[in-house]
Design a protein around this ligand. Structure first.
Ligand SMILES: Cc1cc2nc3c(=O)[nH]c(=O)nc-3n(C[C@H](O)[C@H](O)[C@H](O)COP(=O)(O)O)c2cc1C
Length: 148
């Protein structure tokens, strides 16, 4: 079954979620890598500016269906915003999985849902995952929508 699971992960939680999802639906795993490895304080500073991108290595997303896993970072996750601005998700069916620790995650999820839509993606699902604690109900929901 064709499809991709794309992820950006700084401390490994989104990566773990992405690997589980990719295995469940037999999708390709694609990692988003910033061109520079920045220390925490730099990422934290950049995460305060909504809509700010950050250069990432080129990724090729050929599939129509794409799950996108990334962390909740203050108001912005620049590597993911960068891909949105590049039009990587335009016209695609996307399934968002956002890993968070516990501060204002719902607002962030709503913000990114609208942002993906505004950059031409068709958002099918938005799931919030505490750290890497993906629930079986979330996997079931994902698989059901992925098959449609
Ligand atoms: C720069 C930065 C900003 C963060 N901001 C938030 C936040 O606003 N709210 C929150 O719940 N967690 C925040 N976190 C915690 C991450 O969302 C959480 O640890 C997540 O599971 C990390 O995913 P990852 O391991 O894929 O990078 C932040 C982490 C970093 C590094």
């Amino acid at each position: 079954m064709s499809g991709s699971v794309l992820y950006f992960s700084y401390t490994g939680n989104s990566k773990k979620i992405a690997k589980t999802l990719a295995k469940e639906v037999k999708a390709k795993l694609i990692e988003v890598k910033p061109v520079l490895e920045l220390p925490y304080v730099f990422w934290l500073s950049l995460s305060f500016f909504p809509l700010l991108g950050f250069p990432v290595k080129d990724v090729e997303v050929k599939d129509y269906r794409v799950a996108v896993c990334f962390p909740k970072w203050t108001f912005n996750c620049p590597p993911i915003t960068e891909l949105l601005k590049r039009g990587v998700f335009r016209g695609k069916k996307v399934f968002l999985f956002i890993s968070y620790a516990g501060w204002r995650e719902k607002e962030y999820a709503d913000f990114y849902e609208k942002l993906f839509e505004s950059f031409g993606a068709k958002v099918q699902l938005v799931e919030l995952v505490k750290r890497d604690e993906l629930k079986s109900s979330q996997i079931v929901r994902f698989k059901n929508l992925w098959m449609l």
